[in-house]
Each structure stands twice: as structure tokens, then as C-alpha cells.
Design a protein around this ligand. Structure first.
Ligand code: GLN
Length: 310
């Protein structure tokens, strides 16, 4: 039996160089700021239980977190409602795109917290009496996951709010079903701001590690969320994190993860490490093409597949 490879010695720049020639996928064009992303940006990082963060070149280049924020919104909603958020949002995969205009039949709840309907709802459940307070709580919570203050790209937040017609539609639908307690516009504004939070690959890897390591940030040592919340969130990342590509992802990569339209992927390998990749060109499911490939290679070469028995 070969010894398990050591992630502390893994050459992320060599992997980055292998990925760069891959030219598949298209950059998202839902808002001008995302359409302007550099298709050749490519970065990887891993964060380990001892607080070491390994980075490839460009792992400090900022981008908006977009849907990679969804696991963290779910975590904050669970923590702030003492688990009651699980009564308000489903946890079944949809097999449909991230912004499908569809709620759970019978209950009118969002199908899961990893699609837009679910994240609009979980963002509305974090503590705070008005949208500013909720946005503030989310900013502080994300900072605790990251181990540092995070800026918001105000232009991205503005355009996500202004141009997110499907998100407005989903919020209104949840209002009509009685499952969203705040106004539709407030829900979209707070969610849009969360999506516009700026991270880089290294920071996102630390955030993923905090989930993977039971809710304690390995760099600061702070407990950010209860262990049970971390377990719940990582479980739902495993089943729903890559939308209608979640089944294929789990087979090929085998690491709970969340994709996003900025081309970022956050990965949480339970008990092992957090990782993040960023490369803007996306496949048909909205998953970064290079990020998917990078995740497969990391899974294989660092022995991270959840169901591998070696
Ligand atoms: N801000 C985007 C939206 O709500 C996030 C979607 C995504 O990253 N898949 O449309």
C-alpha cells in the first residue's frame, strides 16, 4: 500500500500549469462585472488542519464569491435559528439549474439551500431586524469563516440586485407561498450583497476548511459554528452543491463542494482539508471547467475521494 500523499508538499503551481491549456467553457455574462472576468485567471489553494495555507500563483487575486457563499449562508442560518432553518428549507437535490423557478411541491419551501431560492431564504433567516443588520451579520460571519475582514464589491452588489430578475421572481414566489418572511426586495438585496463579497482562492480555502474541520477556523482557532451545523452543511454540499451536476461531481471528485458563476469552487474534505479553485470559464451546469478538472486531480493525487477505500 502506498503511503497517503502529503498535502503540505503538494505542488499546486505544477497543477496550475497543467490546467492552463484547457480552453473549454464560457465566462458568465449575467452582469457586466462577471462578463469582464479574465478567462485565464487560474488559481488553487488548500488550507490544512494546522492552519497552513498552500497557494498557487494568483491565489491572492480577488473575485466575487457568488454562489460559493451559499454553504456559509446556510451555516449562519442554522446557527442563528438553532437548527430551525431545517424546517424552512428542503435538502433534496433538484436535478435542475441553480436559478430554476421552482419550489418544493406541497410545502412551497425552496428545494435546498444550494440553489438560488434556498440561499435567498437562508440569507433572510440570519439574525437581524432589518436588511442592514442581516447584511452586517452575514459580513461578520463570513469574516469569521475567512479569518479576516472581507470587502464587498459595491458595483457587483448593485447589479446583482438590479439585474437579478429570476431572483426577484423566486423571492416573490416564496412570498406568495408564505415561506419567505421578509419582503422580496429585501431578500434579494441581502443575498446579492452576500454574493458580491470579495474573496481570493486562499481565503476561500480557509472558509472551506472551517466547514471541513467541524466549524473551527484552522488559522484563527475560533469556533465559528457548532460542529453539528458544519456536518449538516457539508452533507448538503455533497448532495446538492454542484446543482444538476452533483451526482457526476460526487462520482468523479468525491469531495463535498460548492460551485459558483465567478468560476470559484470551494471544497470541504471532511476532517482533512479545505480547498478552493478559481477559473472563470464554466460548463453547462455553471461549474468551472478547469476547477472541475483541478478538483478531480486533487482528489486523486491527495487521496480525498469520500468513498475511496484505496
Ligand atoms: N449571483 C448569482 C445569482 O444569484 C449567483 C449564482 C451562481 O453563482 N450560480 O444569479
Amino acid at each position: 500500500m502506498t503511503p497517503a500523499p502529503d498535502p503540505a508538499r503538494y505542488d499546486l503551481d505544477a497543477l496550475r500549469t497543467r490546467l492552463l491549456p484547457e480552453r473549454g467553457g464560457d465566462v458568465d455574462d449575467s452582469i457586466p462585472q462577471l462578463a469582464a472576468a479574465d478567462p485565464d485567471l487560474c488559481a488553487l489553494a488548500i488550507a490544512l488542519p494546522d492552519g497552513t495555507v498552500r497557494r498557487s500563483r494568483d491565489a491572492d487575486v480577488p473575485f466575487s464569491i457568488q454562489s460559493a457563499v451559499k454553504p456559509f449562508l446556510f451555516a449562519l442560518a442554522l446557527a442563528d435559528t438553532d437548527g430551525d432553518a431545517l424546517d424552512r428549507v428542503g435538502i433534496e437535490p433538484t436535478g435542475e439549474s441553480f436559478d430554476a423557478i421552482k419550489l418544493e411541491s406541497g410545502t412551497g419551501r425552496p428545494p435546498n439551500p444550494m440553489v438560488n431560492a434556498g440561499a435567498l431564504l437562508t440569507a433572510s433567516l440570519v439574525e437581524g431586524g432589518d436588511p442592514d443588520e442581516r447584511a452586517g451579520r452575514i459580513a461578520r460571519g463570513l469574516a469569521a469563516f475567512a479569518g479576516r475582514e472581507l470587502d464587498v464589491d459595491e458595483d457587483v452588489a448593485h447589479n446583482e440586485h438590479l439585474l437579478g430578475d429570476r431572483n426577484h421572481a423566486l423571492a416573490h414566489l416564496m412570498r406568495a407561498e408564505g415561506t419567505l418572511a421578509v419582503s422580496a426586495d429585501d431578500a434579494v438585496a441581502v443575498y446579492a450583497r452576500a454574493c458580491a463579497t470579495l474573496v481570493d482562492a486562499a481565503t476561500l480555502a480557509v472558509m472551506g476548511a472551517t466547514l471541513a474541520l467541524g466549524g473551527v477556523n484552522p488559522c484563527t482557532g475560533d469556533r465559528v459554528i457548532p460542529e453539528r451545523v458544519a456536518r449538516d452543511v457539508v452533507s448538503v454540499m455533497a448532495t446538492c452543491g454542484v446543482y444538476d451536476g452533483s451526482g457526476r461531481w460526487m462520482r468523479a471528485v468525491g469531495i463535498p463542494a460548492k460551485s459558483s458563476v465567478s468560476g470559484a469552487i470551494v471544497l470541504s474534505a471532511p476532517g482533512r482539508l479545505g480547498a478552493a479553485t478559481v477559473s472563470p470559464p464554466l460548463d453547462a451546469q455553471g461549474t468551472s471547467v478547469r476547477g472541475h478538472r483541478a478538483s478531480e486531480v486533487l482528489s486523486e493525487e491527495l487521496d480525498l475521494h469520500s468513498f475511496a477505500t484505496r
